[in-house]
Ligand binder design. Structure first.
Ligand SMILES: [Zn+2]
Length: 540
């Protein structure tokens, strides 16, 4: 059969039952030009010219191979040349372009092919010009690759149809030329790169891997950013010590001198004065502020548990030790290990701690090997360790290891200037909308003796905020024991400081009032004779 004998209407048909269009026995799908134009544009805009060309070429090449196979199943062509000519007719029928073959020369053994031709109104060039400016290079990727696939099927070896000039470049029509790949002077690898999906798969795999790595990296960086952010926030609050007193100023000067060193610091002071806050201050101002700050209260755990918390244990060291534990000394790394209430250590643990500090290594409970330790030790106690040493309750050698640099924080009642600034600081943290303290409430706070120190003050402010909400904090918002405190009544005089004579006069009248003006009773309360009381009253 010759190509010119093809009857176009015989090739195209419809499935009688379903009504779907057929090419030979194969179902067809018809797209309008505008939809294909949209696809062309989307591919180019999302992937770029080069990758879009690869996808379109791959699509065209497969279609060309399929078309050549289908038509050869339907008809026996007289020669490969007729088969190739049929291809041109089919491409025109399918609407790709109005194709004219100008010249075909094909050798009998089919090893050599040269074919030239034109595509008029190729759908790709028409779509291109409807959406873009003329392009520098040919753009009919589907047509060229479809023709390549078809010719390759005919020749039984790789043929490349190249578009030499294109209507999308501004020419009247597209011109193409077909030759075996080797004739083009390019390797089969190049053409496979063009028509195989593999490069895309590889590219996608590579991009996916890179994306995965980038995501991992981003995740790590985010974790690091959150950690640093948290540290900064903690440094702002933990490292912040609120004070106005000279006493606290002196302690902070000392603390900031010792912070950058690796010396052991012992912080002493009553319960609640803020020893842990000071320990954190020292850590935040040390050169290892990014390393951990780990704190443990030596009074809070039974000795056995405390030992394994501090020094770690090996699996099976005791009942319940079902895995190895590093212990705080090791976990603190080069950071700070804060031992609160260090006076509560048993003699055995004092000995073990001393050994750890001397040898700079620890042996976990039940373990045979030692681990080096690098953490800086800051300890604290509310007890007088020197007194305990004299009573034989605390090891003197351990004391000197811990107290290389001793710091003492005074009780709050000895630095009353700090009370108001601390109270206001706690209040603004707890309730930024608060209306502040009433003068009476401030007076109560200033005169209170604060046995629980800063911690008690902080609790008190919290209590008052719960009761007062956004309103001004009054004495009635204080805990009862504070507002009813048997404080020295003279403090109530506040800034109104009378002379001694004036005070005596007012006091005598107060006592008289309390005694319902019974002078005998008043004199007894005043500790003077009735006659003296008379005399005083007359002088007033
Ligand atoms: Zn073209």
């Amino acid at each position: 059969m010759r190509a010119c004998d093809l009857e176009r209407l015989e090739l195209i048909g419809f499935n009688r039952s379903s009504g779907l269009p057929l090419f030979g026995d194969y179902r067809m799908v018809m797209f309008g030009m505008p939809s294909l134009a949209r696809l062309q544009k989307d591919l180019i805009q999302s992937l770029g010219m080069e990758k879009a060309a690869i996808i379109l070429s791959r699509f065209g090449y497969d279609s060309g191979l399929g078309l050549a196979t289908t038509i050869s199943e339907l008809y026996d062509f007289d020669s490969p040349e007729e088969w190739l000519r049929a291809g041109a007719i089919l491409r025109t029928m399918a609407g790709f372009a109005n194709e004219e073959l100008i010249d075909i020369s094909i050798e009998p053994d089919k090893k050599m092919l040269k074919m030239t031709g034109r595509w008029r109104d190729s759908f790709e060039s028409v779509n291109w010009l409807s959406q873009f400016e003329p392009h520098e290079t040919p753009i009919c990727n589907i047509l060229a690759s479809l023709s390549s696939g078809f010719a390759s099927a005919v020749l039984g070896s790789e043929v490349l149809v190249r578009e030499m000039s294109c209507r999308a470049q501004g020419h009247e029509y597209c011109q193409f030329e077909a030759r075996p790949i080797s004739e083009w002077g390019i390797s089969a690898d190049d053409i496979h790169q063009r028509f195989d999906i593999n490069p895309l798969e590889e590219e996608l795999t590579r991009l996916n891997a890179a994306l995965h790595l980038a995501r991992e990296d981003l995740r790590r960086q985010n974790v690091e950013i959150s950690r640093l952010r948290l540290l900064t926030r903690q440094a702002e609050t933990d490292g912040e010590i609120i004070f106005r007193s000279d006493a606290m100023s002196r302690v902070l000067t000392l603390a900031s001198k010792v912070s950058p060193t690796r010396s052991s610091v012992l912080i002493q002071g009553e319960s609640g004065v803020g020893k842990e806050v000071m320990a954190r201050y020292i850590h935040r101002h040390s050169t290892h502020f990014l390393d951990p700050f780990l704190a443990i209260n030596c009074a809070a755990l039974p000795p056995g548990l405390l030992e394994s918390e501090l020094f770690g244990h090996v699996k099976g060291a005791f009942t319940g030790a079902d895995s190895n534990k590093k212990g705080l000394f090791v976990e603190a790394g080069e950071g700070t290990l804060f031992l609160d209430e260090v006076a509560e250590l048993t003699p055995e643990l004092q000995a073990k701690l001393l050994r750890a500090l001397q040898e700079k290594e620890i042996r976990p409970v039940g373990g045979l090997t030692v681990s080096p330790i690098h953490a800086r030790i800051v300890s604290a106690s509310n007890r007088d360790l020197r007194e305990m040493i004299s009573q034989g309750k605390f090891r003197e050698d351990l004391y000197y290891r811990l107290a290389v640099f001793p710091l003492f924080i005074s009780p709050l009642r000895d630095r009353r200037q700090d009370i108001l600034v601390l109270a206001r600081h706690f209040l603004s943290n707890l309730n930024p909308n608060s209306s502040g303290f009433s003068p009476d409430a401030l007076r109560c706070m200033e005169t209170y003796h604060w046995p629980g120190n800063v911690r008690e003050l902080s609790n008190w402010v919290e209590y008052a905020v719960i009761l007062a909400g956004n309103e001004r904090i009054m004495p009635e918002h204080l805990p009862l024991h504070m507002s009813n405190q048997p404080a020295d009544p003279l403090t109530i005089l506040g800034s109104d400081l009378p002379t001694l004579e004036e005070l005596e006069k007012r006091y005598i009248h107060l006592v008289l009032q309390n005694s319902a003006n019974r002078r005998n009773e008043a004199a007894k309360k005043l500790g003077i004779s009735t006659a003296t009381l008379w005399r005083r009253l007359q002088h007033q």
